[in-house]
Each structure stands twice: as structure tokens, then as C-alpha cells.
Design a protein around this ligand. Sequence first.
Ligand code: MG
Length: 254
Amino acid sequence: MPPAFDSPGPLVVFDFDGVLVDGMPEYWWAARTAALQLAPRLQLPESAPAAFGRLRPLIHKGWEMVLMAAELGRDELDIEHLLNDYPAALASALARWNWPAGLLQQQLEQVRAGAIGIDEAGWLARHRFYPGVKQRLVRLGEDGAAWAVLTTKGAVFAARLLEAAGLRPEALFGHEQGSKVEVLRHLQAQGRPLWFVEDRRRTLEAVRADPELAMVRCFLVSWGYLGPGDGQDLPPTVGWLTPEAFSAPLAQWP
Ligand SMILES: [Mg+2]
């Protein structure tokens, strides 16, 4: 029988925005710029309004940020109504503006690619890695683990931020590679223990609802873009990952 230390440690799969990186200034800047290109008469503040921060935990994909930036420019917008039923508000906003999701995503990514081309240092500076994240990722190898990134961002943008920080994940999956559930299923087929770290509770609930992914260990980070109550009454199959727990050896993770 091989010794226990020969068994592979887990592949720890991290969401990007709200888990590794806080890019709130960039999300607003890019979403606002894209929205203004599509609707030049919009009036939008240069700094992220508080309502955008409240919306961020509900946002799943980048294109939604562009649509929400446009919505925030409407005088008649009822923000509480929007927050109370985001999926319905998203659908009616798409119909109101008559912009396909694909166009919004393309516009957002053009803005980002343009910013990197013109002033990459300025674009990078709109993001910061959460405290301790870089060091902890480097140390994962000492725990016998590997790590990967699974994001709804375009892969090229997450890759640029990781590279600038000197970080090399074993793999990186952006929205181009399919849904997070699809990518996790694919990774699970490799036979290595799989851990998944997210800040969006709905995404973890989608993973937990998939019987094929029952063996994936799931964690909700305490420091990400959480909505009110997201950290409460977690099912026992989702660990609550505080910065202290994150910095502890993997064997001690909740
Ligand atoms: Mg996130």
C-alpha cells in the first residue's frame, strides 16, 4: 500500500472577483464606460454609487454590470424593488434597453481590452488582492494542494491580474469555458479531491443541488461581495471561510 502522503492533495478551485481580488473600482469604471458607449446620454457618476455596491452580490456575469450601470442612470429606478427581485428586474431591464447579453459582454470586454492597451498599470491599479491572498496561494503547494481559478470574467483579464501578481494557477477557467457547474464536473472527472471557494451563495447552492458534485467540498468566504444574510444558516455542506481559517493549514479548514 502506498504511504498516505502519496495521495494527492486537493485541487482548490477559487472564484476570482470577491475571493482573490477586490476590483470594485474597476467594475464600476468598466461598466459605466461600456454603458455610456451604448447610451451616450446617460448621466452616471464617476465613482461607484452605493447602490452599485449593494447590487454586486447579486450580479453573476460581467454583462449584468453594464446593464445595471444603465439602470442606475434612470431617474425612475426603484433600487429597493430591484434588490428585492433581481432576476425579474434583470429580465425587464434587458427588455427595456433592448441590448442582447452578448453585446453587453462584448462591450465590457472591449473597454477592458482597450484600457489594458492604453494604460495597463492604471487598469491593474483599479484592483487589489485581498490581504494575505498572494502568500496563502503560494503556500498551498506546501499543503500538498494545487489551485485553480474559476471565474465568470473573461479568462484573459483574470490571467493578466494573476500574472502581474506573479501567481500561476494550475488552470484558469473563464466564462468562455462554460458554467461553473460544468467546469467543476469536468475537473471532478480527473479524480482528484476538489474544493471550491466562492463568495456568491447562489453559485454554491447550484453546486450543492447537483448530485454529481456531492463530493466537492464547498466554502463561502466571509470577506467577499456578500449580500445581507448570505453568511447565515449555511448548510453543513458549505464551510464558512474566514481570513483566519483561510490562512490555516488545509486540514483545519471548516
Ligand atoms: Mg465572486
